[in-house]
Ligand binder design. Structure first.
Ligand code: SF4
Ligand code: SF4
Length: 253
């Protein structure tokens, strides 16, 4: 949650910002964060660190079922010492920079629509987060929001996050809050623990039960972003009964 006092509108569609290691505030922003990770953030980071999904989740995250939205949320654990720094910040900067989470890329912007909001994207708009310690906001370079999103490589993140948001989009919270423990575990596995989800698809009787086209199988075997999109479709079917999957036709003898 962002402190309301630091939220400011973007005036005339532009804002000023540059971040670089010559500023006295360099890396000050990478501590004491309430950093929610999306499934795509987890995918990028676990691959960057060459870890399995489960090892990454165990080592670097905490998770809980969010009371408001009723689904599991994953957060990056800050270091458990007085600095409360992000585990990936070093004096020279972010050591996972090319695969840093979407929220780190978006800063100093914030997005009004929550990840789990009822899917009404029309409400979505951007604002500036003016943290008092951030000197990058005094720099000269000007950006529009689209320029910033492109510069920070957020297009791919937004595409992947949309698959994830579509799972719960438009569903009344009372329906989501009805999910039982087994369904919540499935949600967590399919969204965040992609290696386990792959095993679930390819190492169980899953493919005997569902009719999955060969080209889809080929794609999800070789491309983890395709597997993640597939996992989101699976959750719509298995948790909410959407007709995103077809049962396999078994021959009667
Ligand atoms: S300019 Fe802002 S974002 Fe960049 S290092 Fe300083 S505090 Fe962090
Ligand atoms: S992931 Fe990188 S950019 Fe994000 S808080 Fe950690 S060190 Fe900073």
């Amino acid at each position: 949650m962002i402190d309301q006092a630091v939220i400011h509108p973007i005036k005339e569609g532009k804002f000023r910002f540059t971040c670089h290691n010559g500023l006295p505030c360099f890396t000050k922003c990478c501590a004491n964060l309430n950093l929610v990770l999306t499934p795509y953030d987890v995918l990028r980071l676990k691959n960057r660190l060459n870890l399995s999904s489960q090892t990454f989740l165990d080592r670097y995250t905490t998770s809980f079922v969010d009371e408001k939205y009723g689904v599991p949320v994953v957060k990056l654990k800050m270091n458990n010492d007085e600095t409360r720094q992000c585990p990936f910040v070093k004096p020279e900067g972010c050591v996972v920079y090319e695969d840093r989470p979407g929220a780190c890329r978006l800063y100093p912007l914030g997005q009004a629509a929550s990840m789990f909001h009822g899917g009404h994207q029309a409400d979505e708009y951007y604002f500036i987060v003016k943290e008092p310690y951030c000197l990058g906001l005094n720099e000269e370079q000007e950006w529009t929001v689209p320029e910033w999103l492109t510069n920070q490589g957020l297009d791919k993140y937004n595409t992947m996050n949309q698959f994830f948001m579509d799972i719960t989009a438009g569903r009344p919270s009372k329906i989501i809050k009805r999910l039982n423990d087994r369904q919540l575990r499935m949600y967590y596995m399919a969204c965040y623990c992609l290696d386990d989800f792959r095993n679930f698809v390819f190492e169980t009787s899953f493919l005997d039960k569902f009719d999955i086209a060969q080209d889809v199988l080929n794609r999800i075997k070789t491309d983890e972003t395709e597997l993640m999109a597939f996992a989101c479709q699976w959750l719509k079917f298995s948790l909410f009964g959407e007709k995103t999957f077809q049962l396999a036709v078994t021959e009667l003898g």
